[in-house]
Design a protein around this ligand. Structure first.
Ligand code: FRU
Length: 527
């Protein structure tokens, strides 16, 4: 009887959870490389996150989407929404290309006071501000084929109407003129737009999201410039008693480990001009796979968080990754914080705390000195969250390891190493032998991040999904996000130390349930 009841409950649970099957009867979202705790489109091509806005209890995530291919092409805005930044509901396409062009990256604001007049006082609109990329015009050889348009929704982002008199910001004759991020500037009571313009950003202001006035430029000769500037963001952050403005700027190539990456500047903004402090180039993420990330607008003031999400990919090989019927995923949603370290302002990133709701039964590792390799979990399944503290001052270790960390491996001798190089004082992710490589060999390789500060406790927090790892080290001061595609799933997870030993002072593992097939995984774990 008991067995019968268990089976019956199982069948019921199976049919209640959002397990959808395609026409071949295959369970969706369960492919070998399918991210289980990250957003990915059901099928086809996705790149940058766009128009992220919180409104009426829902976090919206729009994204660059091409519904007809897994290769980049005529851009649309895809759409997903969530109430917790973790579970995403895929929504119909929000914006389609039209006679003015393809719909490139941009932002969405809640126009609460109906400054645009596109809604009503009682039902104010959401307004999306995006770039039109006019391909036929580009093909004629002129430079003015990118300009900004707007669209609005008065039904909480479900349907969108393009503004009748687009574009709202025409092109002044500049080739790269795109990716508007708009925010309300309280002090001057008007909207501000930050726009990527080739090798700098331009700032514009507007009373109504329709009429825009140029304010200033920033960036020529400052920061990293080995690629075109794209997808900027600008927002205030408090640290102690100080408020600073942080500017994010993505660059298409020339990141710290090659290819696309996102740099940031910290400084002051007076409603007209941004002035950056310091000259050192700072990176949001040192891994190769976090690009075009920006932050959510309209997050309630009581929440106080600055919420970020990035595209988990790199233009060097984005069109080639072997995922399957979809191509592209987002990072986990992250909270950004600004901290003062050694008289410098630095960004800290952490997975949003909502992610913890996916944690299954916690497994504690016993503190011990690791020498060689040590298996830390039997029957490994992804996604998994891992937290490790190594004590680099512990006197019980005779001879400190030159390198230590975690190895994921499979029976095909493929392995991914995530760790710390004690000789060179660098964190690293080594996917040289992790399986798939791109045709330009830019994928397989060893990638590094600096140590930043000298605390003897070296912490590593990892979110490992079926084809990606996110490393948050030093409390989130050092971040590395990378993909991996072994020919067979990694089924072993070990701690390792090379040329010496390393004391592990704390270690915890949590299996994470899938955001798509939660019911199935819970059932599996019960067995
Ligand atoms: C960044 C980017 C943006 C552009 C979009 C096009 O990845 O190149 O500058 O708006 O992608 O899809």
């Amino acid at each position: 009887m008991k067995i019968f009841l268990v089976i019956l409950c199982g069948i019921l649970l199976f049919s209640c959870v959002s397990v959808t099957k395609d026409t071949n009867g295959i369970v969706l979202n369960d492919e070998p490389y399918r991210p289980q705790v990250h957003f990915s489109p059901d099928s086809m091509w996705m790149n940058d996150p766009n128009g992220m806005v919180y409104y009426d209890g829902e976090y919206h995530l729009f994204y660059q989407y091409y519904p007809d291919s897994t290769i980049w092409g005529p851009m649309h805005w895809g759409h997903a929404k969530s109430t917790d930044l973790i579970h995403w509901e895929r929504m119909p396409i929000a914006l389609f290309p039209d006679s003015l062009g393809w719909i490139f990256s941009g932002s969405t604001v809640a126009d609460e006071n109906n400054t645009s007049g596109l809604g009503t006082k009682e039902n104010p609109p959401l307004v999306a501000i995006y770039t039109y990329h006019n391909r036929p015009l580009e093909d004629t050889g002129v430079n003015n084929f990118e300009y900004q348009g707007i669209a609005y929704s008065t039904d909480k982002g479900r349907s969108w109407t393009k503004y009748e008199y687009n574009p709202v910001l025409p092109n002044p004759g500049i080739r790269d003129f795109r990716d508007p991020k708009v925010f309300w500037h309280m002090e001057s009571n008007r909207w501000m737009m930050i726009l990527a313009v080739q090798d700098h950003v331009s700032i514009y202001s507007s009373p109504n999201l329709i009429d825009w006035t140029f304010e200033s430029n920033f960036g020529e000769g400052t920061g990293a410039h080995n690629g075109v500037w794209e997808c900027p963001d600008l927002f205030p952050m408090e640290t102690g008693d100080t408020t600073k403005w942080v500017m994010l700027v993505s660059i298409g190539s020339g990141g710290p480990n090659g290819g696309s990456a996102t740099q940031y500047f910290v400084g002051d903004f007076d409603g007209h001009t941004f002035i950056s402090e310091g000259t050192k180039t700072k990176w949001v993420d040192y891994g190769k796979d976090n690009y075009a990330g920006v932050t959510w607008s309209n997050v309630p003031t009581e929440d106080r968080r600055r919420l970020f999400i990035g595209w988990l990919n790199n233009w060097q090989y984005a069109n080639e990754i072997p995922t399957g019927k979809w191509r592209g995923a987002m990072t986990v949603a992250r909270e950004l914080e600004l901290v003062e370290v050694y008289n410098d302002f630095l960004l800290v990133s952490r997975p949003v705390e909502e992610l913890q709701s996916l944690r299954g039964k916690e497994q504690q590792l016993k503190p011990e000195t690791v020498s060689g390799e040590l298996e830390i979990k039997k029957s490994l399944e992804f996604p998994i969250e891992v937290s490790l503290h190594f004590d680099t001052k512990n006197s019980s270790a005779v001879n400190f390891a030159e390198r230590f960390g975690i190895i994921l491996s499979n029976a095909n001798d493929q392995k991914l190493l995530i760790g710390y190089d004690n000789l060179n004082k660098l964190f690293f992710i080594d996917r040289t032998e992790a399986g798939w490589d791109s045709s330009n060999n830019e994928f397989a390789g060893k990638h590094f991040a600096p140590y930043i500060n000298n605390d003897p406790i070296l912490d590593m927090h990892l979110i490992i999904d079926r084809s990606s790892v996110e490393l948050f080290a030093k409390g989130g001061l050092v971040v590395m996000t990378e993909q991996f595609f072994p020919t067979e799933s990694f089924n072993s997870i070990k701690l390792f130390s090379e040329h010496g030993e390393i004391p592990l002072s704390e270690g915890t593992l949590w299996p994470l349930s899938s955001i798509w097939n939660e019911g199935i995984r819970k059932l599996k774990h019960k067995k």
